[in-house]
Ligand binder design. Structure first.
Ligand SMILES: Cc1cc2nc3c(=O)[nH]c(=O)nc-3n(C[C@H](O)[C@H](O)[C@H](O)COP(=O)(O)O)c2cc1C
Length: 450
């Protein structure tokens, strides 16, 4: 059994995860319209032997005025992830290609086609980050007057993923025979018809894209609430999570793995990757400087607007004293874990609204580390070896600058300590993550009946 090693994901976006990162000289800042940026960053991550690159997604801009929105790059514009990943697939060889697609505003048949195609195009490197869509502004873009309730979104997601998997199992491996003399294009016994009938979906199938090289693309899940954990424990291969630090991360790790076991699965077959925002430099002082310079660029109006969207639960916090305490707030129907983590930090540390938006501005409230390469590698090693993580989703504050710093300064240390690969052993994303290829659940029906 090979030694357990770290999994590293590189989160790519138009400019990076720090709210003011786009104003930093090390930020290219035209990623929203320039596929070359994504390709360069994917090649950078591949050269550092990352498992995958990940493109987050949202289906709407935030609820704010054009003036307010024009002061930030956060979730303003990007290239649609599946389209961008197909281009990146042609310019990379080994790195995994993972995108977010919402189960609330899409249909399983379209999604199954897109990810099966990306898996064929990339030679087995596709992954799907299943989200239910936390941005309330999305509903208005899909002919709906309001966002579905949090738990209802998860109920739909539970059925959605089962339909997608059944569609990927429509075809057996090696179905295509192209027997020209015999007049057979594919093996008829290799095709099945899912005929799904459920509460949310009626999907006959089969899929008109053949079985993906990985069997199924790798399934990621990013919710940590009760319904989020249940969905992940039953269906996910990998779980992204937002954690405040090593102790809460250990608690969540134990909880998730216990739920995986409760669903009859081997906990080692599900990898847990908390988000991590590294500010790294040759020395701690230099790293602190980098961090302070970025924090100084945060526009208070932007800070409070973005914080309101996550913790406000619909309440605009700009009417409160920015240097006063964080008020009691109703539970959001959006990202419940993000809200809970930020409000817990505010309560435990006595943070003001200003301090809290600055906390969120530096990488969406994800676990943050500021230090020299050795200090960052030590933190990662401790988390990996003491039951807090199987790896990390590296959320670079400034792109491409911070990703390059991490790849050049921290990765070699992790490799030298035997914690991270020096080279890819396999070709597919499942190979990189040490995940088995799912066995096909062949549908019973073979005839596409009217
Ligand atoms: C690393 C990471 C990446 C995420 N990416 C997305 C994304 O691309 N789009 C999205 O709508 N939500 C994204 N989320 C948010 C989750 O989908 C979810 O809303 C959030 O974790 C709260 O889930 P909960 O309500 O189950 O607690 C991400 C979360 C994490 C931890």
């Amino acid at each position: 059994m090979p030694a357990r090693t770290l999994s590293l994901a590189a989160i790519l976006s138009a400019t990076g995860s720090h709210i003011a990162g786009w104003r930093d000289p090390a930020c290219a800042a035209d990623g929203a319209v320039n596929i070359r940026r994504y390709i360069e960053e994917a090649q950078l991550a591949e050269a550092a032997k990352f498992d995958l690159v990940f493109l987050a997604d949202s289906l709407a801009l935030k609820l704010a005025s054009a003036d307010e929105l024009s002061r930030t790059s956060n979730s303003i514009a990007m290239l649609e992830p599946m389209t961008a990943l197909a281009a990146m697939a042609m310019m990379t060889q080994r790195i995994g290609l993972v995108a977010t697609v919402s189960t609330t505003y899409t249909e399983p048949y379209n999604l199954a086609r897109q990810f099966a195609s990306l898996d064929h195009i990339s030679g087995g490197r596709a992954g799907w980050n299943l989200v239910t869509g936390a941005n309330p502004a999305e509903a208005a873009n899909f002919s709906r007057t309001s966002q579905a309730a949090h738990d209802d979104r998860y109920a739909r997601a539970e059925e959605y993923i089962d339909v997608a998997k059944a569609l990927w199992d429509s075809w057996d491996d090696g179905a295509l025979v192209v027997n020209k003399p015999g007049g057979r294009y594919f093996r008829p016994e290799a095709l099945g018809v899912p005929n799904h009938q459920g509460q949310h979906f009626t999907v006959r199938g089969p899929l008109n894209v053949m079985r993906p090289p990985q069997g199924h693309p790798v399934i990621f899940q990013a919710g940590s609430s009760g319904p989020g954990v249940e969905l992940a424990a039953r269906t996910a291969d990998c779980v992204f999570t937002q954690q405040r630090g090593i102790e809460p991360a250990r608690e969540f790790y134990a909880k998730l793995k216990a739920r995986v076991a409760a669903h009859g699965r081997d906990p080692d077959t599900v990898r847990l990757l908390p988000g991590l925002v590294p500010f790294v430099a040759a020395s701690q002082a230099e790293a602190e400087d980098k961090f302070a310079q970025l924090q100084a660029l945060v526009d208070p109006a932007v800070g409070i607007q973005i914080l309101s969207a996550v913790v406000g639960g619909g309440i605009d916090l700009s009417s409160y004293d920015i240097d006063g305490p964080v008020p009691e707030l109703p539970q959001t129907e959006g990202m419940q874990t993000f809200q809970a983590n930020l409000l817990t930090a505010a309560r435990l540390e006595g943070l003001t609204l200003r301090a809290l938006y600055l906390r969120y501005a530096a990488g969406f409230g994800h676990w943050r580390v500021i230090g020299s390469a050795t200090q960052v590698a030590d933190m990662i090693e401790e988390a990996f070896t003491t039951g807090a993580a199987d790896g990390f989703a590296i959320s670079s504050p400034v792109l491409p600058g911070s990703l390059r710093d991490f790849a050049e300064l921290v990765v070699p240390l992790l490799q030298r300590r035997g914690l991270f690969r020096r080279d890819y052993a396999g070709a597919t994303l499942r190979d990189h993550l040490g995940l088995a290829r799912p066995v096909r659940q062949a549908p019973a029906a073979q005839a596409i009946a009217v």
